[in-house]
Write a protein of this length. Structure first.
Length: 701
């Protein structure tokens, strides 16, 4: 069930490699076996991804002297198959003054191979690699070339290498762009993350960078990588409550043929789908000067046409007068009339009530589901529902839930912001059912931001989307693609972490890992083009023992709601499972399960057409009160009605792909070393595990 078609492409380029012989190290608790980590210290954004001189070159944000995000430099690793990496010395270090104090940090950027030596930085023997990166100046200073910069200023600089990226020389004229042009010059303190590529139709270099605080990307062009002229900007659009970072712009042709399109990916932090960090994308056109998103790739901030308003709270009436039942602090209360960024009416449920310590519940009048989507606005604290503690004295959730037959079938928490974002529930499988919406604030605010806002609630025929999310999990950020791959290949790498808790995850002596490189493509889904992604085609090179191939229609039902898959166990696995839905509310796999009740639940809900990862019982979450949660991605069954899920399990992560890459969810987990079991399950009904492939994965070290 694994797609091996791409291996020949990489093999033809001479990219297959043997396992690196460093097995005596990298054995710490939670150390990934087949995801890249530096030996020691902090790592975040991938930078400078390029295939050059026979190697995949991966640079990244790196702190050479600690396990938190400080002293940013460019770390460096390279390999021949996108799987096995050799860590090399720091490529571009941060700058210190004579007293040893840091004065200039090296932020994110990209790398190109200047084959025509347009920059003049080559040595006459080989085409130079040119890194284009963001500076972050920490002090007012006059640079050796006479340019004056101030503390907090961010600019764009370049460096060159003529030995395959091992050693680098900073350009004497840096920064090559000191500040953005008018009218954006006041954004010099948030001007970063340049991605550069060769634009063949214009015979020039094109750069896309972020104006982070105003939610724009800015485009430049250059003939020589030194002198840049402003082209245009794009944004704000879609998710805008958070800083825009790490943009990437590249062409792709849709699967099955069609005209070439351009994809703009942009990181946002905070303000992603599940609070903190995430990556959104736009599909559109690039004419060499401007990027224009397709209309169906940009989502409105107002309710969709034809939507029915269930509740807009703008009448000024109390909850009781509106037919809602309140308990605790909600009893006798009314909606708040306040201006929250993003809200439509300015009247919202605000569970702050008498203060952040206020707790209570609010239950809507009953209604019959007669449209396929329920849309609503939500903001505030991110405190997801934990089924193990819900309704108990240990409950800390702040959520809006959908109840059907007395059970929670959808649950959404706040976005971690003091702003409102649209969220949508697929209820197409629940038409004709009686339902209630319940708002729960069981959080007393002792750990901060213990309340949520809920705005307009709508019933609609189309989902009210906030953004096109590349990955629907909490741990996939700063995603960028490799330059100089074959024309048909577009391969991306994301940082597998989240700024909400990334600096306190329980790993040592390193912190931070990269997700498995992913092959990107465009597919027509529900009438619009969407990015799909799958693990890079060389991944089977890491397959060890074949643990299972097909279990032959294993029934999951009331008699056997959970079945242990005895032949499948381990801390690092590649599992492809094929399910046939029955009447079960949810079905799927438990991975990294143990006798202590630990497990990560990976499943599918036919009634809500969602793929999900639930890490509320995955292991250690003591380092962050916001780490636990359930993360959902919309996913329709395949054309034959089956649901196919691929799961990459490593020592401290799961990467889940559904529908041949139509949905992806990436999440870190920190289970006990002894939790290595795998189970198939179905809840409240039946399903069939039709077939399964499972491989043990080799260690890359």
């Amino acid at each position: 069930m694994v797609n091996r078609s791409g291996i020949a492409l990489f093999a033809s380029l001479g990219l297959l490699a043997t396992v690196s012989a460093r097995a005596e190290s990298y054995k710490e608790p939670y150390r990934p076996a087949f995801h890249y980590t530096p030996a020691v210290n902090w790592m975040n954004d991938p930078n400078g991804l390029i295939f050059a001189d026979g190697f995949f070159q991966m640079f990244y944000q790196y702190n050479p002297v600690g396990t938190v995000a400080e002293n940013q430099a460019w770390g460096h690793a390279r390999g021949r198959d996108l799987l096995h990496w050799t860590e090399l010395p720091v490529a571009i270090p941060a700058v210190r003054n004579a007293a040893g104090q840091y004065t200039d940090l090296i932020f994110s950027g990209s790398a190109v191979q200047d084959r025509q030596n347009s920059s003049g930085l080559g040595d006459g023997r080989r085409a130079p690699l040119v890194a284009v990166y963001a500076n972050n100046y920490l002090a007012d200073q006059t640079l050796p070339n006479g340019q004056h910069v101030v503390a907090g200023q961010q600019g764009v600089s370049i460096a060159s290498s003529t030995d395959g990226g091992i050693s680098w020389s900073n350009y004497a004229g840096n920064p090559v762009i000191a500040v953005p042009p008018a009218p954006y010059a006041d954004q010099a303190g948030a001007f970063r993350d340049p991605k550069v590529f060769w634009y063949a139709p214009g015979h020039e270099w094109v750069m896309v960078a972020a104006l982070s605080n105003i939610h724009r990307v800015i485009l430049y062009a250059s003939d020589n990588l030194k002198d840049w002229r402003f082209l245009s900007t794009f944004g704000p659009a879609n998710a805008v409550f958070g800083a825009w970072e790490c943009p990437d712009l590249f062409p792709l042709r849709p699967q099955g043929g069609g005209a070439e399109k351009w994809v703009l990916m942009v990181g946002i932090n905070p303000g992603a789908e599940y609070a903190g960090s995430g990556t959104q994308y736009f599909v559109g056109e690039f004419d060499g000067k401007s990027f224009t998103a397709d209309p169906d790739s940009v989502h409105a901030t107002t309710p969709p046409a034809g939507a029915e308003i269930f509740q807009d709270f703008s009448s000024g009436q109390s909850y009781a007068a509106l037919g809602w039942t309140g308990t605790g602090a909600f009893a006798g209360a009314s909606p708040a009339a306040e201006t929250i960024p993003g809200s439509v009416t300015g009247h919202v449920i605000d569970s702050f009530l008498t203060g952040d310590s206020a707790v209570g519940t609010l239950l809507s009048p009953a209604f019959t589901i007669d449209k396929p989507f329920i849309d609503f606005q939500i903001g505030g604290g991110s405190w997801p529902r934990d089924p193990a503690t819900a309704g108990t004295a240990s409950d800390k959730e702040a959520t809006v839930n959908l109840l059907v037959d007395g059970r929670v079938v959808h649950s959404t928490t706040g976005n971690g912001l003091g702003a409102m974002s649209w969220r949508s529930w697929d209820v197409s499988g629940l038409r004709g059912r009686k339902a209630w919406i319940e708002v729960i604030d069981a959080n007393d605010g002792a750990q901060g931001f213990g309340h949520i806002f809920v705005g307009d609630i709508l019933f609609s025929d189309t989902p009210q989307l906030e953004a096109n999310w590349l990955d629907h999990g909490p741990d996939f950020y700063a995603t960028v693609t490799f330059n100089d791959l074959p024309e048909s290949a577009r391969t991306a790498v994301g940082w597998m972490n989240n700024w909400n808790y990334g600096q306190v995850i329980p790993t040592s002596p390193w912190r931070g890992q990269m997700a498995i490189p992913r092959s990107l493509s465009l597919r027509n889904t529900d009438g619009r083009l969407a990015l799909v992604q799958n693990p890079v085609e060389t991944l089977p090179l890491l397959h060890g023992a074949l643990l299972e191939r097909s279990v032959g229609n294993m029934a999951l039902d009331a008699e056997h709601p959970t079945r242990t898959l005895d032949r499948i166990s381990g801390r690092q696995l590649d599992i492809s499972a094929d399910f046939v839905p029955g009447g079960a509310d949810t079905f799927g796999l438990h991975v990294r399960s143990g006798a202590n009740g630990e497990r990560t639940e990976i499943g599918y809900s036919p009634r809500t057409r969602t793929l999900f990862v639930d890490r509320t019982r995955s292991g250690d979450a003591s380092f962050s009160s916001g780490f636990k949660g359930r993360f959902e991605a919309p996913l329709a069954p395949d054309r034959d009605g089956h649901v196919r899920i691929r799961v990459l399990v490593d020592t401290s992560s799961v990467e889940v792909f559904g529908g041949d890459g139509a949905a992806a969810i990436t999440a870190q987990i920190f289970p006990s070393a002894g939790s290595v079991g795998v189970d198939a399950f179905a809840e409240n009904g039946s399903a069939v595990l039709h077939a399964i492939d499972a491989w043990a994965m080799r260690d890359i070290h």
